[in-house]
Design a protein around this ligand. Structure first.
Ligand code: UD1
Length: 407
């Protein structure tokens, strides 16, 4: 074979091999590349879907605007914090009768968001309606604004009936007009009066007993107003929360309870006595039919209580199949005696409280604590904070008030 022919043949075969190899490389490349593209596309679509779901759920909450009446008050401010942290937008209205604007600073420091605020009395219908006009995105209401001192209500019953009933009626009347779907109402275990021994811990089905004060009566009447209005076909839903005894303060001590003058409730009196603002705490009654002869209550941490409102709001706005009115006890499910609370405070804080026994306080119930199974199961909520921590938070708040020169 001539050399040139042999070289040509080799050249051809090399070219052939080269073509084959190139084809093979291209085939492998495209096969893998398509696999790569396919896998990338798959992940892209998957991630896009997940992202969409996350954004939708965030936006859903972001978009929901909640009106919190009495939002600068004790429970209202803690609930505003929890709502904001859950992604809701909050509009507070308050007449500042029993709170002040500094509370908004506290809320802002905790959440980084200053809630919208309008100084409005819920009894002032034109002013209240303007709030709904100004904030047309309000979808839910949490109604805290109310007068709440039991003794004062006995002295000024008409003031209590006017404030507490008219404000709720005004809100209910405006809800359908401004397409507000749900209202959470702050009720109280006071509606149970003194439950019989066999009804302790008290469930939501225990009989409502004749109220012992106009304040307590306003809670009962307001519950009935909500039932009757919804029964009449009003296009709204409601969750009624019956609180036991709310105590403590936010762990940051940036918000807490600000009693007006001499405190009537146990914990502020304990912390003020520990601070030396009050000389001596009186434990009202040591002749009750309880193990240590002092009264028993179900003390619920205000932050846990605030979280129950977020759950209730989700239920009212996002769960279409629930009953139009639902009632939940919000407590710990555990009774503590007054003496146990005082001794628990001393142990938790290491601070001594000067206390003495005194005669029973008129109108006090001997013992009440809640069965909270329904809230645990249906709302998916549970009081989580140990009492020791709760009592410490109350003391930290009292110390913060002293630092700020408030008390
Ligand atoms: C009252 C209201 C309740 C409301 C709660 C918080 C009634 C019957 N109770 O509950 O609806 O949710 O306030 O605003 O309407 N005590 C002392 N010394 C004191 C203060 C209190 O011994 O200086 C005792 C009381 O006798 C009671 C317990 O501590 O046994 C709790 O009292 P308090 O904090 O006033 O709440 P309640 O009266 O239970």
């Amino acid at each position: 074979m001539p050399a040139c022919h042999a070289g040509g043949h080799e050249f051809e075969s090399r070219t052939h091999r080269f073509r084959n190899t190139s084809r093979e490389v291209l085939r492998i490349f495209f096969a893998n590349y398509s696999l790569f593209i396919f896998v990338s596309l798959y992940f892209f679509v998957l991630l896009h879907g997940i992202r969409k779901i996350i954004i939708q759920s965030i936006n859903k909450k972001m978009k929901q605007t909640i009106l919190v009446t009495g939002g600068t008050g004790f429970i209202g401010s803690h609930t505003t914090v929890e709502l904001q942290q859950a992604g809701y937008e909050v509009v507070i209205i308050d007449n500042l009768a029993n709170s002040n604007l500094n509370v908004l600073d506290g809320i802002e420091k905790i959440t980084g968001i200053r809630p919208a605020f309008e100084q409005v009395d819920c009894c002032d219908m034109p002013a209240l309606e303007n709030v709904f006009k100004k904030y047309p995105k309000i979808e839910g209401i949490i109604h805290f604004a109310a007068s709440k001192a039991v003794g004062e209500s006995v002295e000024k019953p008409l003031m209590y009936y006017r404030n507490n009933l008219v404000s709720l009626i005004n809100l209910l009347e405006l809800m359908p007009k401004y397409d507000v779907k749900g209202i959470i109402f702050s009720s109280s275990c006071t509606v149970y009066g003194q439950p019989s021994q066999e009804n302790l811990p008290v469930t939501e089905n225990a009989p409502v007993q004749k109220a012992m004060s106009p304040y307590g009566n306003t809670k009962q009447i307001n519950e009935e107003i909500i039932h009757d209005y919804i029964h009449s076909g009003a296009p709204i839903k409601s969750v009624i929360l019956r609180y036991f005894n709310p105590i403590g303060a936010h762990p940051t001590a940036l918000i807490g309870e600000l009693p007006n003058g001499v405190p009537m409730n146990l914990i502020p009196f304990v912390t003020q006595t520990a601070m030396g603002i009050r000389k001596q705490l009186k434990i009202f009654g040591n002749d009750y039919n309880t193990p240590d002869k002092t009264c028993i209550r179900d003390y619920i941490y205000v932050v846990d209580l605030a979280k129950a409102h977020v759950k209730a709001m989700e239920r009212v706005l996002d769960k279409p199949d629930t009953d139009a009115v639902e009632i939940f006890n919000i407590g710990t499910g555990k009774g503590l005696s007054t003496l146990e609370v005082v001794e628990g405070f001393e142990k938790a804080t290491g601070v001594k409280v000067n206390w003495t026994y005194a005669p029973r306080r008129e109108g006090d119930i001997e013992q009440v604590w809640g069965n909270v199974d329904k809230a645990n199961k249906v709302l998916g909520w549970k009081a989580e904070t140990p009492t020791e921590e709760v009592l410490k938070s109350a003391w930290k708040w009292q110390q913060k008030l002293r630092e700020d020169g408030i008390q």
